[in-house]
Design a protein around this ligand. Sequence first.
Ligand code: MET
Ligand SMILES: [Zn+2]
Length: 764
Amino acid sequence: MATKSAVLGFPRIGPNREVKKAVESYWAFKTSAEDLEAAVKQVRKQRWQSIADKGVDSIPSGDFTLYDHFLDAANVVNAIPERYTKSGLSALDIAFAMGRGRQQLDKGIDLHAMEMKKWFDSNYHFVVPEISPSTQFKLNKNKYLDEYNEAKELGITTRPVVIGPITFLALSKAARDAPAGYEPLSALDSLLPVYVELLQQLKDAGVEHVQIDEPVLVQDKGESLGAEFAKVYKKLSEVSPKITLTTYFGRLGKSLDFVKDLPVYAVHIDLDRAAQQFDEVVAAVKPTKLVLSLGLVSGRSIWKNDLKASKEKAEKAIAELGQDRVVVSTSSSLLHTPVTLTSETRLTDEQMSWLSFALEKCDEVAVLAKALNGNTTEAFEKNTKDIAARREFERNSDSAVRDRLAAITEKDLKRSEEFPARRAAQVEYLGLPKFPTTTIGSFPQTKEIRVARAKFNKGELSKEDYEKAMEQEVETVVRFQEKCGLDLLVHGEPERNDMVQYFGEQLNGFIFTQLGWVQSYGSRYVRPPIIVSDVSRSGPMTVRWSKYADSLTKSPMKGMLTGPVTILNWSFPRADASREVQCKQLALALRDEVADLEAAGIKAIQVDEPAIREGLPLRKADWDNYLEWAVASFRLSTAVAESKTQIHSHFCYSDFNDIFAHIKALDTDVISIEASKADMKLIQTFKNEGYNSGIGPGLYDIHSPRVPSEEEMKEKVKTMLEILDANNFFINPDCGLKTRGWTETEQSLNNLVGTAKWARATYA
Ligand code: MET
Ligand SMILES: [Zn+2]
């Protein structure tokens, strides 16, 4: 017997973002459902063939999606809220409406999007299913079987990837019609028969292996689900193809006690994010019959795997378990990495030699398996050389910034005065009215902007002309805000391709890809910068834009920076330095930028930290350590500001009830949060925890094209003011407007300003 290789999942976007193009043109009513299907069928075919070409044994299927695989899982088991089913839309449009909302008032359709949450500690977002006692589970559409068959017709045998029933429910939320305190997991008994049927169908179709993802097992809450796991997997294993139960992004911890006894074929563990569990897991499964799938090749980073080290580790497992009880695999789905390095033309050979994207990772698992089976290939030898060269490069990184960081003291983390004194200074300096209106920073990024940027990047537009075009855009945005009657203006961020990439491009220590897109949610993809060495700032990054915008208007201007924690969390970090060190180096660069903006007369500066929460370790035991350096980094970047300068911060997907004390410890003057989709619990937390600084709860959801009415926003303000203080309340959307169109933005912001006027009159 030989050691096999496996890939747990692959990017769904296509090597040239084909899926984005196809779905967006369908959404714009430019193409039909048939066109869409034909386009994405090509993408699926290509991904299977390219993985197969690398020689991987277990090739994933069923993990493809047009929007979100978790949303698909809800559709498979018919967990579709009634408001969508009764809309009369097609199944495809229902799925899209669940993901992104749909407004067609002439047809009587006005559907909000369902809530989205971060997928564990990644920057991928999944749609949160809504479950209640009235949810009618049934096998709606076995997409896992459909994709398996589709691949089979191409002559490729795949391993279907199914979201496990326990994780499915554990990550769902109670629907509005559910009784108070309802737990979706209590629906397990009614969901189970659907999974039985689904897996039975796979088996009947000749599927030999199935991958069932149960990442809830790496969370604390997984540890209390032993009885559920035992029961569910006993039942499923009676009818199912051989099950590989996969866990990823963290360690099994105490869950190992029951996982080792589950009646499944194999268990997969993540040895990238949780390498420390190796010995313990090997020892635990040794007396069982379980096959152990070793997640050695990172699904979350873009660094080349150290194949020699991986081989040694796998050999240790083989020594304990035997050759045929070990599988070498990616640590998680590769959906968090770009498709392929071969599309990159601007990276140097040296840089290329450090990296490995999804397809190259497929190669790595295959090469590793071959080496374990006694065939050390040329590719293996080259890997050993590349890894050694990278280590050498790291040793020669920048020492000036390391020294500056070492000299930082507590004092550098503190504003010179406390909030009440700062507030008095800011009232005077900014002159804002009560219920000040503002936005979160970006304005619609029109086609013209993107075309200008593309031309500039291709060298078809001079730097001068490009900057002129952006200045014109800034002027449009400033005039637009004046026309709407907003109080605290922004420059609109037209010059930014992306809130992280933009900064990375101006900092030392980063490199960029041309096509390194990674799905963030739906058809939104990002191209995370890669931190390759020590980080420093070579000069002001945003000052010219904010200063220009400021020169156009009498209203106060808010400068716009992305915070250190978010830059770190939305980049691919180095593997050779701690995240803490990388974060603090970023904070130092931003600190200089804050000082420069202030000196240029910018009266308010917003430092966005939307990613602070998603960086939280998955296990609570690890939280304090992270939060301590994350908060210190934020403060290091902002505490340099004078009292009169109003420091804002912005958070979205901000389910941060449980880290509130740390949010408070950031010591910002104003924070804006996403509250339009969340419940009032968060607002209550602010009150309970004695938060007295400024707060701007998002009054409408910018992720959807629907225009919120004035009435709707007034209602929200009313409810919030039952809890919050009217004297330090900002009126704003819940995030930036860059994905929106101008028409809906104008209507929405007019309604927003109307709401503020009403509030001023009502709460005078
Ligand atoms: C994801 S948070 C986005 C904040 C940024 N300032 C924007 O308005 O786009
Ligand atoms: Zn946001």
